[in-house]
Design a protein around this ligand. Structure first.
Ligand code: 2AM
Ligand code: CA
Length: 286
């Protein structure tokens, strides 16, 4: 046979997952290299709501990488939305109409990043027709890449993740949050914290919603709840928990969807008990 026969050139596209993992790793490495070296610190909705030029730079980096491979996909990123109550909701409503929507939090846990506390992450989710089908969270401090694909399970560095086995709240390690809105959201969360503290084994507040969710998925936390989050804080993590066998709802028990702001994510076994405590304490945010 003639050896100079031409093989047709096939342009094989990269998978959504490969692009998300690559973007999270690149942004995460860059962020980590800038730890303690950021310049100007700005505030957004409140004095506790911080942003650095590293957040903005990392989001640009992720946007460019995604658009290189998928130029017609829509992107909703934390730093591309004006702070305040209405703008994130409006942006989400518009974006939900897209077939493919990437949802980015370039640094989840900016306050930790600013202080050098090693608990922050890059969170990237892809929603198809309004449903999350891919979730990637990267923890630069531990070099852990968490990946979930809808109906295909969740993995950390290639090893399948499963939620923990605690059956009761009294055996559970539960993560909570102290939101950056001291007027409305903080008091609601504090009511929940006060009610949960004597009932759970112990509480933790790490300061990154995405990493709390990744750690629930990995079975290191039994559950996590927080009122007043944004879609980019939880979209990737919600899929990680669901694909690890856990349960993700809003604090009133409605199954997770892109509009959920008040989140409860657990190993499933102690979900109802957790929701009941929040309800009794008037801490659901509803
Ligand atoms: P961030 O670091 O990306 O801002 C801590 O309680 C969690 O709340 C973090 O995931 C943090 O994400 C998020 N958070 C901080 N400020 C917020 C705000 N104004 N609205 C919603 N979530 C916020
Ligand atoms: Ca952020």
């Amino acid at each position: 046979m003639e050896s100079n026969e031409k093989v047709p050139y096939v342009l094989t596209g990269k998978s959504h997952t490969a692009v998300a993992v690559n973007a999270a790793a690149k942004a995460g490495e860059w962020i980590k290299s800038r730890l303690g070296a950021y310049g100007r610190l700005s505030t957004k909705s409140s004095e506790q709501d911080l942003v650095t030029e590293i957040d903005k730079g990392a989001e640009q980096m992720i946007r460019r990488l995604i658009l290189t491979h998928f130029p017609d996909h829509a992107i909703l990123g934390e730093e591309g939305v004006e702070p305040g109550e209405d703008a994130p909701e409006r942006a989400l409503r518009e974006a939900e109409e897209e077939e493919y929507l990437w949802i980015i939090d370039p640094i989840d846990g900016t306050t930790n990043f600013v202080h050098g506390f090693p608990f922050y992450s890059v969170s990237i989710a892809l929603a198809k027709n309004g449903e999350v089908v891919l979730g990637v969270i990267y923890d630069p401090s531990r070099d852990e890449m968490f990946v979930a694909e809808k109906n295909k399970g969740a993995y950390v560095h290639g090893a399948r993740m499963n939620v923990s086995g605690e059956q009761r709240l009294s055996e559970g390690l539960i993560a909570v949050g102290f939101p950056a809105d001291p007027a409305v959201k903080l008091p609601i969360n504090l009511r929940g914290i006060e009610a949960l503290a004597p009932k759970a084994r112990s509480l933790r507040a790490g300061g990154s919603a995405a990493l709390h969710l990744a750690n629930v998925a990995a079975g290191r936390l039994s559950g996590y709840c927080e009122v007043g989050l944004n879609v980019w804080d939880v979209a990737a993590g919600a899929l990680l928990v669901a694909e690890s066998g856990g349960q993700v709802t809003d604090t009133a028990g409605t199954p997770y969807h892109l509009g959920v702001r008040h989140i409860a994510a657990t190993n499933g076994a102690l979900h109802t008990e957790l929701l009941n405590v929040l309800k009794e304490a008037d801490a659901t945010g509803f």
